[in-house]
Design a protein around this ligand. Structure first.
Ligand code: SAM
Length: 207
């Protein structure tokens, strides 16, 4: 007979597969497999009590975060798109983590002063042009030694390329370079960028 943890693991595996299919057919961007594996490993070893996610989409990474945390970990996740937030709610309600997760709909930058503090892990995966703003707003909400993981920081290779990015990406690329400059300030963070996927920056707060 299956024990309850095994049952939960199977349930979440099936749900994540269903969400991958939904995301594919409905063109919803979700975290790519290599970055998802790194994020899962980081969550598993950190065992955060309080998690903040910026950019829920349909709740795929939210459930990855939940399933690699403690049974009583609290997750707050922010999403600007109402339809996506509703879809996330439907998927999350089907999961064993429904009571641990709170979805807040709205523009993250204007909600961040209302989400509380003492976060051990923050996952940033929303508007790339806003990452510097998110970093500045989130830093005071993060516990000492807490971690900020930010996806897509290398943005299609443009961020570290010596070539000029296409005009439409100029601002995003300039702002992501600024994000990387800030997380490399060693008085504030120790950071590592994983090159898998679109680049995942992982920064541990030092003070
Ligand atoms: N983290 C999700 C996952 O891996 O399953 C994927 C998130 S998707 C790449 C980015 C999401 O951020 C989109 O659903 C988008 O609507 C949302 N977003 C964009 N700008 C936002 C903002 N200003 N505030 C909150 N969410 C925002």
């Amino acid at each position: 007979m299956q024990n309850s943890q095994q049952g939960k693991n199977n349930q979440i595996k099936e749900l994540l597969a269903e969400m991958e299919e939904y995301a594919y057919f409905n063109h919803v961007p979700i975290i790519k497999k290599p970055a998802a594996m790194i994020l899962s490993d980081i969550t598993l070893s950190l065992q955060p009590q309080n998690v903040l996610e910026i950019g829920t989409a349909i709740g795929y990474s939210t459930l990855l975060l939940a399933s690699n945390s403690k049974p009583d970990t609290r997750i707050i996740t922010l999403e600007i798109d109402e339809e996506r937030a509703r879809t996330a709610d439907i998927f999350i309600s089907k999961s064993p983590y429904r009571d641990n997760i709170k979805i807040i709909t709205g523009d993250a930058a204007s909600i961040l002063d209302k989400v509380g503090k003492n976060f051990d892990l923050v996952f940033i995966d929303a508007a790339k042009g806003q990452y510097v703003k998110y970093l500045k707003l989130v830093q005071p909400l993060l516990n000492s030694r807490g971690i900020i993981a930010a996806d897509n920081v290398l943005f299609r290779g443009y961020v570290e390329s010596a070539e000029k990015p296409p005009r439409r990406y100029k601002t995003i690329v300039r702002r992501l370079r600024e994000y990387i400059r800030l997380i490399n300030d060693e008085t504030q963070f120790v950071s590592k960028i994983y090159y898998e996927g679109d680049g995942l920056a992982v920064s541990q707060k030092q003070i």
